[in-house]
Design a protein around this ligand. Sequence first.
Ligand SMILES: NC(=O)c1ccc[n+]([C@@H]2O[C@H](COP(=O)([O-])OP(=O)(O)OC[C@H]3O[C@@H](n4cnc5c(N)ncnc54)[C@H](O)[C@@H]3O)[C@@H](O)[C@H]2O)c1
Length: 501
Amino acid sequence: MSTRMSRRSFLQTSAMAAAGAAVATSPLWNSANATAAEAARKVKKVAATDKLNIVGVGIGGRGAADINALESQNIVALCDCDWNYAAGEMSRFPNAKKYKDYRKMFDEIGNEFDAVVVGTADHTHACIAAQALAMGKHVYCEKPLTHTVYETRLLTKLAKANGLATQMGNQGASLNSTRQVIEAIQNGLIGEVRKVDAFTDRPIWPQGLETPAGVDPIPDTLDWDLFIGPAKYRPFNQIYHPWNWRGWWDFGTGALGDMACHILQPVVDALKLGSPVSCQGSSTNLMIDCAPNAQIVKFKFPARDNMPKVAMPECEVTWYDGGLKPDFPEGWPIGKNMNQSGGAAIFYGTKDVLVCGCYGVNPWLLSGKPVPAASSTREVANEDHQMDWVRACKESKENRVPAKSDFQFAGPLNEMVVMGVLAVRLQGLNRELMWDGKNMKFTNINPAETIQFKVKDGFSVHDGHPTFEDKYTDPINAQAFAAELIKHTYREGYALPDMPN
Ligand SMILES: NC(=O)c1ccc[n+]([C@@H]2O[C@H](COP(=O)([O-])OP(=O)(O)OC[C@H]3O[C@@H](n4cnc5c(N)ncnc54)[C@H](O)[C@@H]3O)[C@@H](O)[C@H]2O)c1
């Protein structure tokens, strides 16, 4: 347990961990069912003309951009485990209280804020956001929403049970161009869609690496134990923090997790994809600890209910990254770059092919016909994703128009994305993995099966001969390994509320 964790926080999280615990030190941390009623009672009504009281957790990178976009509101406190990296943002809000441990902040000033912005590394999103939702706080959480499928399901259900306004930080969801894509598909402009290809030009950070053997001194300004949060402790190395944690499985989700919440959002939304039934992943050299340099993931979806103007048949979505790209559709304009703003999605319809860039930008049709403008729906000025969430926070739960990436929409998208990460990590099982989305498990891994992972990439050339001296882990039970990737065991001091029904 972190030495910085207060006795009250420890008791609270312990109470959260005890499923159905009848006794807790604070009403906030009873089981989620009790919390739902408690949290609903605690949600403070904020008039449209009043300011929302906001705290930020993880504000040195993207979190700074989010907080800056919200500076018309009251930024009451900022929390970051690295006060050097976050110094610029902290000095921008001199009146905000400063914290390193979000649990201490929630303990001490839980009654002073209405809403929480989460901009930490992926693996800590869920414990922070779930605790906030259980306290009755509205949540803006950066993408990917969480590190695991279970965590996503939990946040989605907690937000709903507690009637809170939420937004995942995939800002493209608020763009007009994204609505244009969704309406074009759902109006039947390109006919039925059975295939979508998508890609990103990421990673632009180091991947495909062995676990570093060296240990770097921890900077005075960084609380490394807090960065590790619920994950297994490992010694500090500059390769992890800041920013490059993305490539390390314990903290990040590789290029798929980093970009698919942007690039696949119009795909999932337009086609109402829901949960995939299977996925298959392959990649360049896969190490146990670090995401590979390039990967391909194929998801299969069953037919969904037809829309009024178009049927929704079975559909395959294939993801490429790390420099790999989909084939050009027949008739692709020679010389036209597929990459727009970091990637693209290509919808193959029975009548036409629609292409849009990352964040749903610049949609166009291969036929050369125009994509009609989106009909107007309610939106905030400048397609502002963060302020759309503020608008939703100030509306009552009965009359709220959800923000464009409310967790009820973002949740299923994120589940697909983080499940796709597992298709790559479990590629050593050499099969199409069958996915039971409702029960959050793969159905075709046998109980006795094992899997091994490469820990040392031992290729070298001796006297002109290629030599392979790779080292692997001992065999690991594959079912148990997959289960741990779907629902993590948290380190002591961290726990999640119970899953609401
Ligand atoms: N929406 C977007 O376009 C966009 C762009 C970049 C990043 N992101 C997302 O934002 C999140 C942060 O990414 P980043 O690029 O800003 O990373 P970063 O490493 O640059 O910044 C993360 C910040 O969180 C702090 N932090 C980490 N763990 C913490 C903890 N437990 N408690 C308090 N503070 C903690 C770090 O010290 C740092 O200041 C990621 O989930 C990422 O995917 C989204």
